[in-house]
Structures are given as C-alpha cells and as structure tokens.
Design a protein around this ligand. Structure first.
Ligand code: 13P
Length: 250
C-alpha cells in the first residue's frame, strides 16, 4: 500500500514568526499515523521550521534547488545546502517556476537526478493550461512532461520520485478539478510510469493532485484510487490545513 502524503507549498509567504506560530499549532493538532506530511517553505524560514519540527513526523521541504553542485550561480541554492538543513522533499518544475523563471523539462530532469543522488525526494509538478485542456492535448502534454522529467532516472531511485498533477487552471483559482478529472490524469500518469518502469513499480509511486485543495474537497479527492495525497498552496497557510492532513487518514 502506498502511504498518502500531504505537502504544503507556502510559495513566497511566511516570515519566521508566522511560520513558527502556524507549525506549532499544526504539530499539536494533527492526528495521523499512516500519512506523511511536509512543508515546502521559503529558504529564509528553513532553519526556524527545522527547529520547530524537530522530533515531529512532519518533514521539511524546499520549493526549488539548482542542479549544479556548487559554483558561480548567484542567488541559487544547492542540493548539499538543502541536505545540510535536513530537507527531505523538493518541488521541481512547479508551474510558477516554469512560467516566471523559464524552467524547462530539461532543467527539471537535471534537478530530479541531482536530488535523487542526495536522497532528497523530488516532487515533480506537471499540468496543463485551460487552453491545452480545451484543445484536448493535455494528456499528450503530461506524457511529455513526465517522460522528460524521468529521462535516465535509474530504476533503483524511481520509487523516491513523487509526481504532482497540478492543472494550471486550478492553481490559486478556487476552481478544483473534479475528483473524476483529477483521478483520470493521475491514473494516466501511473500508466506512463508503468510504460517506462513496469506495472509493479508504477504501483509504488505516489501521485498527488494539487490545485485549490482545501478542507472541504480534500476527503473526496483522497478517496480516489490513484490520488495518493495533495500538494496544497493557499490552504496550507491557515490552521485549517490540519483538516486537510487529517482527511488523508480517513
Ligand atoms: P493552491 O492550493 O493555492 O491552488 O496552489 C496549488 C499549488 O500550486 C501547490 O503547489
């Protein structure tokens, strides 16, 4: 059985004090044993978050990383620096990074491989725009994104990869994909993984849905057979995020 995982993506939000207050509350009120939990936080709060979460089962995540190990890359952060802070998960290729920072499937692939070498779990984000969906090309696009992200990823490491389906039209819009729409794409992603690595490995890979997930819709999304959790933006900034996490366990 795959363990569910709920990941909060704070994006460019939270001071150290805000982070400490929210996570202290989450740590005290969350009540799960079969679900993994992580927060992908800004670099500036990582050390604070690490201290608050010490000896809890909530893990630290990053929203990005650079693929090169070190050197003249002003403003960037390496895998080794993340390891130093005990980061366990790292988002890769979030649609906002693809849109505003010109990340490509090729840079996503480099980052995935660099993270796996360091035993940090990459959370690869894929998803289509509303126009692509209306044109009926979304599944082909997602096939390309998944295949390119996983190019040359060793079978030894593949089960550490998490894939998050985040349709762009559902991110920050309040419009959630229906559970059937999300399930259709998540099961398609599992099928693509099966094509590359075989059916049994595909059954062990965790595939998440993200896009306007909140305490009201989480339970239904989590009931779908191929949705193994959620990547949550806006709702992860509030105390009610605890309800999203607890819904994964029901
Ligand atoms: P929202 O939950 O705010 O729609 O954001 C989703 C997201 O981008 C998570 O990575």
């Amino acid at each position: 059985m795959r363990r569910k995982i709920v990941i909060g993506n704070w994006k460019m939000n939270m001071t150290r004090m805000e982070a400490k207050n929210l996570l202290t509350l989450v740590k005290e009120s969350v009540n799960v044993s079969q679900t993994d939990i992580a927060f992908a936080v800004p670099y500036t709060v990582m050390e604070t978050v690490q201290k608050v979460l010490a000896e809890s089962n909530i893990m630290l995540g990053s929203q990005n990383v650079h693929s090169e190990p070190r050197g003249a890359y002003t403003g960037e952060i390496s895998v080794e620096m993340l390891k130093d802070l005990e980061v366990k998960y790292c988002l890769v290729g979030h649609s906002e990074r693809r849109k505003y920072f010109l990340e490509t499937d090729e840079t996503v692939n480099k980052k995935v491989k660099a993270l796996l070498e360091a035993n940090i779990k990459p959370v690869v984000c894929v998803g289509e725009t509303i126009t692509q969906r209306e044109q009926g090309i979304h599944l082909e696009l997602i096939r390309t994104q998944v295949k390119k992200a996983l190019a040359d990823v060793d079978i030894m490491h593949i089960e550490d990869v998490i894939i998050a389906y985040e349709p762009l039209w559902a991110i920050g819009t309040g419009v959630t994909a229906t559970s059937d729409e999300a399930e259709e794409v998540c099961s398609f992603i599992r099928y693509i993984v099966a094509e590359i690595y075989g059916v049994s490995i595909s059954q062990n890979i965790r595939i998440l849905y993200g896009g306007s997930v909140n305490e009201n819709n989480a339970k239904e999304l989590f009931s779908m057979p191929n949705i193994d959790g959620a990547l949550v933006g806006g709702a992860s900034l509030k105390p009610t995020f605890v309800e999203v996490i607890n819904a994964a366990e029901e």
